[in-house]
Design a protein around this ligand. Structure first.
Ligand code: BTN
Length: 257
């Protein structure tokens, strides 16, 4: 269970709604984001989602023990909506660096744009959506596999996903403590992003699991293959193809090895 008073006392969140069950915290957050009277950052979290959504047309299967929430957040005044790719990368970086500090012996990786990996498998997914008719307002949906386990999951899932518990000999974690650390680190990075002091490329590159590897980037009907050359300062993924180094701002990346 989450200790909501602690979230108010120790984070920058201005409103918290914690639900036993909901279809998707992003859906609920989208609904709330239209209300002009809400105070942001506004977090909606849940124990159970019946129709959790992933990027594109993917579903997100959130088992009990996972941390699942969405934050309605207005970009700080110093950041333009055009900077959302950096905002998206900074959000993944905040989670990766927080998990690194909690499980220092595990290898924490980042797969562009913002999947977080633990020892080579996905531990966290992020779904960022723009609020309707509210420029600069975003819904940031985050699912972290914490105390749930994939040990009994079908092989196809076990091959690609993991949890903090599975990577640390069955250890259980306090969801409240993780959420507090995560919100505080995210806030620090967002402030740095606004001030221009975030050092995004070197920090992100340390954890990038794609650099130097052959990948395909699929964006709508368009597909490009090349070797990942890291990320650019503006948040683009750099793809070295046979002809040039291309910048990708959207799409799904598939590792080819
Ligand atoms: C992805 O990796 O495809 C993104 C997954 C995002 C899952 C989270 S769980 C909380 C929030 N509510 C949703 O319906 N999705 C996000």
């Amino acid at each position: 269970m989450i200790d909501v008073p602690t979230l108010y006392a120790e984070t920058f969140l201005r409103h918290v709604e914690w639900l036993e069950v909901v279809d998707s915290t992003n859906n609920r957050a989208m609904e709330l984001s239209r209300d002009p009277s809400i105070i942001t950052p506004f977090l909606i979290g849940t124990q159970q989602q019946t129709a959790g959504r992933g990027r594109g047309s993917n579903r997100w299967w959130g088992a009990s023990g996972a941390l699942m929430f969405s934050v309605v957040i207005d970009l700080p005044p110093g950041l333009s909506t055009l900077e959302w790719p950096r905002f998206s990368l900074v959000t993944g970086l905040a989670i990766a660096e927080t998990l690194s500090s909690i499980v220092p012996r595990a290898h924490v990786g980042l797969k562009w744009p913002n999947d977080v990996w633990l020892n080579g498998r996905k531990v966290c997914g992020i779904l960022i959506e723009q609020a309707d008719r509210r420029p600069g307002r975003f819904i940031v949906g985050i699912g972290v596999n914490v105390n749930n386990s994939f040990l009994e999951a079908p092989d196809s899932q076990r091959a690609i996903a993991t949890s903090m518990k599975d990577e640390t000999q069955g250890m259980d974690y306090s969801l409240t403590e993780i959420l507090v650390s995560l919100m505080n680190h995210w806030k620090r990075l967002l402030d740095d992003l606004e001030q221009g002091t975030v050092n995004l490329v070197p920090r992100w590159s340390r954890a990038c699991v794609l650099t130097g590897r052959p990948v395909t980037v699929q964006s709508g009907e368009h597909e490009m293959t090349g070797v990942c050359a890291g990320i650019a300062e503006d948040g683009a993924l750099l793809l070295r193809t046979a002809f040039a180094t291309e910048r990708c701002y959207a799409g799904t990346v598939r590792l080819l090895e």
